[in-house]
Design a protein around this ligand. Structure first.
Ligand code: MG
Ligand code: MG
Length: 256
């Protein structure tokens, strides 16, 4: 199903996008050395509740996960890249942390992810990983406008990642957003231009390039959720929810 938001729904889309951005930035500020991933999860729950929003994660039970997720934010550390389940782990300086958050507010969902180095001082290799996903995300957003096809966005994302020398996994990618977290169309992180669904104003999309430094192969943790690089290589992930407007795209989850 593909949902197109009416003009009267756009203020709600902007509000939930701003909320997701605000929570992610707050958690980034608190994710210092010694912080436990379970504290980040608890603080996120508190901010979601305080805002009157609803977690898209806590009861989430898709075919690829083991039972309901049971937490409010994904915390993927170092070689973990997607669906990182918060657990009893204290962050250390130099950890590469991805926070991924989706919430629903007044019936509209926004979804965003950021990767950063705990303590702020990362290796050049880690900074390059993050930079590649951010540039790929920007390229995908730049290609998003009415009349563009989903394949145009996939191509733009994939071109940046490939040029940067990273393998691309096509199992998980971006997606439509609306009254629920995961909707059609699927947006692969690589593809051919001129193919797929044609974008229209009012469409919400979550674009989310993610990479592992030297592999495209994932392995699932014993927790049944966390996906890691099979080689132990480090990883990065950048995601925004965007609104297709009359003349381009508006990023709803941009940090202020
Ligand atoms: Mg996400
Ligand atoms: Mg997503």
């Amino acid at each position: 199903m593909i949902e197109i938001l009416s003009p009267s729904e756009l203020p709600r889309a902007r509000a939930v996008g701003a909320l997701v951005a605000r929570i992610l930035q707050a958690m980034k500020g608190r994710a210092t050395a010694g912080t436990n991933l379970l504290e980040i999860d608890r603080w996120t729950r508190e901010m979601i509740v305080e805002a009157g929003a609803v977690s898209c994660y806590v009861d989430y039970a898709p075919s690829f996960g083991e039972g309901p997720f049971g937490h409010y934010i994904c915390t993927s550390v170092n070689d973990a890249v997607l669906h990182g389940k918060p657990h009893d782990y204290r962050l250390a300086d130099g950890d590469l942390l991805t926070l991924d958050l989706a919430v629903s507010l007044d019936g509209v969902v926004a979804d965003s992810a950021i990767t950063f180095v705990v303590g702020g001082r990362g290796s050049q290799e880690d900074l390059d990983l993050i930079d590649a996903t951010q540039r790929a995300l920007a390229a995908g957003i730049a290609a998003a406008r009415p009349g563009a096809r989903i394949g145009d966005l996939s191509y733009a994302i994939g071109e940046v990642l490939t040029d940067a020398g990273y393998p691309i996994n096509l199992e998980f990618g971006g997606h439509g957003v609306g009254s629920t977290m995961h909707q059609d169309p699927h947006i692969s992180n690589d593809g051919r231009p001129g193919r797929g669904y044609t974008l229209r104003p009012g469409l919400l999309l979550a674009l989310e390039p993610w990479i592992m430094a030297d592999t495209d192969e994932l392995v699932t943790d014993a927790d049944g959720w966390t996906l890691r690089s099979v080689t132990g290589a480090r990883t990065a992930h950048s995601e925004h929810t965007i609104l297709i407007t009359e003349d381009g795209a508006e990023i709803l989850t941009l940090a202020e």
